[in-house]
Design a protein around this ligand. Structure first.
Ligand SMILES: [Mg+2]
Length: 240
């Protein structure tokens, strides 16, 4: 019997790509005005620093911390940390949270799951404070029974540790949990590997080619992944 549905946040409960794009535009304008950087440079530096920090720090929640990312860019170019580091960080999140709209059907699906006595969880690669704020701004935090961030789990998806902690908090065995997320490798395959049921969320306009499942992966056939692919969160209710 299904006891919990666990959601990824970014790209699942809201469209991360468009919200992130809105934020990066605001930051590029700030960098142009305050640091004299030509258009496009801030985003490029930001990507480069993200990769560098990821290599240095490994798969940990802190590598998503944009304050550390922006701080390191400024330090590298000998630019003043104050006020730029905090300003860039705060502008990024304020803009993203203003731009983020819940994915169609998110709230209705959560409401219906509650009605059916199914616990609602969140399993996400990120730091807790930012993810709580996102859920609050999306108007979904009130539906959520438990949250596992990679900051708390000490590991990022698809590491089994994060999924095990989700099941533990759901007071359920992994097979009594359904995980829903937009990343084929991290969410869908990660959840299957951990013994959970999984749905791969690919909303319209984000039709990615079906990644070739890796060998010895629990999603061992493209047919299985295609069958467990949904285009709208409301489809979850039909699949229970
Ligand atoms: Mg995601």
């Amino acid at each position: 019997m299904l006891k919990a549905v666990i959601f990824d946040i970014d790209g699942t409960l809201y469209d991360y790509d468009s919200a992130n794009e809105a934020s990066m535009k605001v930051l590029a304008a700030y960098a142009s005005e305050q640091l004299g950087w030509e258009p496009g440079r801030f985003q490029e530096e930001s990507r480069r620093m993200m990769r560098r920090l990821h290599e240095k720090m490994g798969d940990v929640a802190a590598c998503h911390n944009r304050l550390i990312r922006y701080q390191n860019i400024l330090e590298e170019y000998g630019m003043p940390l104050h006020p730029h580091a905090m300003k860039l960080y705060e502008m990024y999140w304020e803009t993203l949270m203003d731009a983020a709209e819940p994915s169609p059907g998110a709230e209705e699906t959560m409401r219906e799951l509650k009605k059916r006595g199914i616990r609602i969880g969140v399993g996400t690669d990120m730091t807790a404070w930012v993810q709580f704020r996102k859920l609050e701004r999306l108007g979904l935090l009130g539906y959520v029974d438990f949250i596992v961030t990679s900051e708390e789990a000490g590991a990022e998806k698809p590491d089994r540790k994060l999924f095990s902690l989700c099941a533990e908090k759901a007071k359920a065995s992994p097979e009594e949990c359904l995980f829903v997320g937009d990343s084929f490798r991290k969410d869908y395959c990660g959840a299957l590997e951990a013994g959970m049921k999984a749905l791969w969320f690919v909303p319209p306009g984000k039709q990615t080619a079906l990644d070739t499942p890796e060998k010895e992966n629990a999603a061992d056939t493209p047919e299985k992944a295609a069958a467990e692919r949904i285009a709208s969160l409301s489809e979850i209710l039909e699949r229970l």
